[in-house]
Design a protein. Sequence first.
Length: 237
Amino acid sequence: MLVHQGSGRTEAFDRRLAVSLATIAGALNAAAFHAVGFFSANMTGNVSIFSDRVASGHLLPAFGFFAIVIAFISGATVSSLLINAGRRRKIPGIFAYSILAEAVLLAPLGLADIWLREAWRVPLIVMALSFLMGLQNAVVTRISNARVRTTHVSGMATDIGIELGNLLDVARGREAFDQASNDRSKLLLHVQTVIAFLLGGVAGVIGYAFIAGGLFLLASAVLFSIALSGIFAARGD
């Protein structure tokens, strides 16, 4: 699921990628909000709050939300640079290596959450997770040609509405039936992704309540195994 791109990519690859990484992203986002009260991947909300703080004259708090957005963009930028460099050098499994980078960076964040004082812990968790969510979302966006998003649900919720509308028109005989199969496939993909993100969020909050920063270490281990699987699969092709 982290190897094939373009015409070599199947719907099954997209679904496996979406469900596995959306579950992890949902867990990390919800756990971070539970722990520190900020969303690390909700750029729409963060930009809106930034606008509100600027309009209200609260410039210092506004800068914090602006920094979250910049961290997310920076993660996506670094991801793109890694992928571009890997493709130029013809490195097999470069997308898997990008997820491996996320896993490696997430592990010390878990340790920081356990050991750091509160004053340092909150901004570090928010900024680091925002960076990592940007990195992850860029990976899945590029490998799936933008069919999959894993770190937020706004776009997927929109797609679900579009696909439901298309299918309703097909059912009423207003649109050609030959498009229905494609719409059903995309609807299934997006519904599964949203459900995975939701269930991951529930598990993340419960897990953080029991093991705190250990949840980040657990997520790092899962990402590490996913990345290694992709790297070995790429070398075998």
